[in-house]
Design a protein around this ligand. Structure first.
Ligand SMILES: [Zn+2]
Length: 190
């Protein structure tokens, strides 16, 4: 098994655990993975020196449309958004004292031809109904001083002004929390 696979399996397990625990802690509040334009979701798990972030956003917030790109500009907008999301430091800033370095970053959108789901462009997608699409991004970091990770500042709102709210669920040995960040309140305190 490759290191990457192990990392991904770890991520799924820890995020699933985080999600389940948070769900239990928050049962009066319906758990939603709802696709609501303007809202995005982020799961954060800090386990030992490993920090994992799983971001999901409606494509509307990111590129302003959710259909398959129809023009050259739309194709470029999708690829540019993916490149931006891949640059973690454009999206969020981790406490520098924690000395976190990216281990792997993966960004996906069904709107991208490079998504690996093999869209065959030139087929007329006339059956294409008003469907929703997301962007997802997976960030994995190794932190030399994880105990000094006390905040994460999100520049996401500046990069993608269509994002009005980021629902954050985090879990670390300091505890778990659920908080909604907004452009005016864009710092997560651990
Ligand atoms: Zn949508």
């Amino acid at each position: 098994m490759t290191k990457t696979n192990q990392g991904l399996i770890f991520l799924s397990c820890s995020l699933l655990a985080a999600s389940n625990q948070l769900q239990a802690a928050d049962s009066d509040h319906e758990q939603h993975q709802a696709h609501v334009h303007g809202e995005a979701q982020l799961l954060i798990a800090l386990d030992g020196s490993t920090l994992e972030l799983e971001f999901q956003s409606p494509a509307m917030n990111i590129v302003g449309f959710e259909h398959q790109p129809k023009t050259e500009n739309q194709v470029k907008a999708v690829e540019a958004a993916i490149e931006t999301l891949k640059q973690a430091d454009l999206i969020f800033t981790l406490s520098s004292a924690a000395q976190c370095n990216p281990v792997s970053i993966e960004v996906k959108s069904p709107l991208s031809k490079n998504d690996g789901h093999g869209h065959t462009d030139d087929h007329d997608h006339e059956h294409e109904v008003e469907s929703h699409s997301d962007f997802t991004a997976h960030y994995s970091f190794r932190c030399e001083q994880p105990s000094r990770l006390d905040k994460i500042e999100f520049d996401l709102f500046k990069r993608f002004p269509g994002t009005e709210q980021l629902e954050v669920q985090s879990i670390s040995k300091k505890g778990q929390q659920k908080i909604d960040l907004t452009p005016g309140n864009s710092t997560l305190e651990f």
